[in-house]
Design a protein around this ligand. Structure first.
Ligand SMILES: *[C@@H]1O[C@H](CO)[C@@H](O)[C@H](O)[C@H]1NC(C)=O
Ligand SMILES: *[C@@H]1O[C@H](CO)[C@@H](O)[C@H](O)[C@H]1NC(C)=O
Length: 334
């Protein structure tokens, strides 16, 4: 990675220009959104397994932690591995902001709805196929990558502003309509009132439930924003300085549409849960837990004597087997 590009990434990460923040703070970040959804889905699976086996299940206290969820699932000793698996997925999610910083398809910017959905649905097929082959490392990698655009949709499009209370189920299906997409030539925004962007989406767009998203660009005076289109907004986005000025993103409380940040974040959590539910349905409950928690090298497990195969969630990777989280941490810090 060139130092210029690294510097740009650093700037983008710190201005939070690209999506939900990727570092924890008072606003919800990609990391927290992903973690909350995975913890919740694990609880659901463990409860379903307990019910099927006729054993008791006690919900962990809110907010869920990896440790408490592992205890609730009857596997306290696997909490470290479980936590690492979650961290690995969230790092692959965050990495999208570095690898694909300026590609709008990965962020549902620039009305690239079809392209964004393709990334998600093609990724879901890869996750399912990898799970089937027992290649959980690949499954987790791809999962992290596709959760990024899935979550960004709620912050970067006007789905929330259109009054939707549930996620867009069509983002995880490939053969359906994503919604009433704005025509390339149709104006969608007007100037904000100074810093107040609460009413900058055109009334006819809201009334007709037309789906749009913000344009984004870091190069001054070289905006590719078509006439009348919304911008992403924020310090790093140069298109938001060109009419119609201001933006619509809900990445954090201090974003252009920061007043809607909690709605966007909650929908992103719910959408993440739906996607996990879809993967779980294809995998089955036990393999799903295995996918969520087991180590990079499944072959190691097969060779270890005495590892319980009845509940793979509990298995311990022999030392040296657990490798997933190392690399990406370093790359993330550039
Ligand atoms: C947890 O998952 C259940 C079932 O999928 C869902 O009904 C619930 O809303 C989820 N809760 C959170 C906080 O995501
Ligand atoms: C953005 O990513 C998509 C999906 O990988 C790819 O097809 C497209 O060519 C990329 N666009 C640019 C401008 O690099």
């Amino acid at each position: 990675m060139s130092s210029g590009f690294a510097a740009l990434c650093f700037l983008l990460l710190h201005t939070g220009a690209l999506g939900f923040r990727i570092l924890p703070g008072s606003s919800l970040s990609h990391q927290e959104i992903t973690m909350m959804a995975i913890l919740n889905s694990t609880v659901q699976v463990c409860r379903a397994l307990a019910q099927a086996e006729g054993t008791d299940f006690t919900f962990p206290a809110q907010p869920f932690t990896a440790e408490a969820v592992a205890v609730a699932c009857g596997e306290p000793k696997s909490s470290k591995n479980y936590r690492q698996a979650i961290i690995f997925i969230t790092l692959r999610n965050i990495r999208v902001d570095i690898r694909h910083a300026l590609n709008g398809s990965f962020h549902f910017d620039e009305e690239l709805f079809v392209q964004g959905r393709n990334i998600i649905t093609e990724g879901i097929m890869v996750v399912k196929a990898s799970n089937k082959q027992g290649n959980f490392e690949s499954a987790r990698q791809k999962m992290g990558e596709i959760l990024h655009p899935l979550q960004d949709f709620y912050s970067h499009s006007n789905w929330v502003e259109l009054g939707n209370k549930f996620p867009n189920a069509n983002l995880i299906r490939s053969d359906t309509s994503i919604g009433n997409l704005a025509d390339r030539n149709r104006a969608t925004c007007r100037n904000c009132d100074g810093d107040d962007c609460r009413n900058n989406i055109l009334a006819d767009i809201i009334e007709e439930k037309v789906l749009t998203s913000g344009y984004f660009g870091v190069v001054p005076f070289a905006s590719t924003k078509p006439k009348g289109k919304c911008s992403h907004g924020g310090a790093g986005d140069q298109t938001s300085k060109i009419e119609p000025k201001g933006g619509i993103n809900k990445d954090s409380f201090d974003a252009s549409h920061g007043h809607l940040h909690p709605d966007a974040a909650n929908l992103a959590i719910a959408a993440t849960s739906w996607l996990l539910e879809d993967i779980r349905g294809a995998a089955g409950d036990r393999p799903f837990l295995q996918y969520e928690t087991l180590s990079a090298c499944v072959s190691c497990f097969k060779e270890v004597k005495g590892v319980s195969s009845s509940r793979s969630f509990v298995s311990f990777p022999p030392s040296g087997c657990w490798e997933s989280p190392k690399g990406p941490v370093k790359r993330f810090v550039l």
